[in-house]
Design a protein around this ligand. Structure first.
Ligand code: 5GP
Length: 114
């Protein structure tokens, strides 16, 4: 697998504004935010796509989603709400082939997305 921009962020080659980190995940602000709060959460063990989680240990996947939920709480989004988005593949517009969850909040989010 070639290094993606998120591999470079994870090992410090590209600086980011980190909002949370533990042994499983890194959470940082998106460089091109689509909402007042837009944070990306990536697992430290790389999957390229969400589709691969069907073959990953469920404990690892569970810790990833627990971390996403925890980051949203840290960001103060629990009361007013937020959206978690994972783009998988070209039709969804996935640009970076490294699994990542978007946390979007701080404004009313339209549904369904375009
Ligand atoms: P995708 O379309 O793959 O789901 O989302 C990729 C996200 O990564 C985009 O929202 C984009 O703005 C963000 N992104 C791309 N390059 C960088 C970068 O170098 N730093 C940060 N913080 N975010 C990035």
């Amino acid at each position: 697998m070639n290094d993606t921009i998120f591999d470079k962020i994870l090992d410090g080659r590209i600086p980011v504004e980190t909002v949370y980190e533990n042994e499983d995940v890194l959470a940082f602000r998106d460089i091109n935010p689509k909402a007042p709060v837009h944070v990306l959460v990536i697992p430290k063990v790389r999957s390229e796509r969400f589709a691969e989680l069907a073959h990953r240990p469920v404990e690892e996947t569970g810790r990833f989603f627990a971390a996403v939920s925890g980051v949203a709480k840290i960001l103060g989004l629990n009361d007013k709400g937020y959206r978690v988005v994972i783009n998988n593949g070209p039709d969804a517009g996935q640009e970076v082939e490294y699994l990542h969850a978007h946390i979007l909040g701080g404004r009313t989010l339209n549904w369904p997305p375009g």
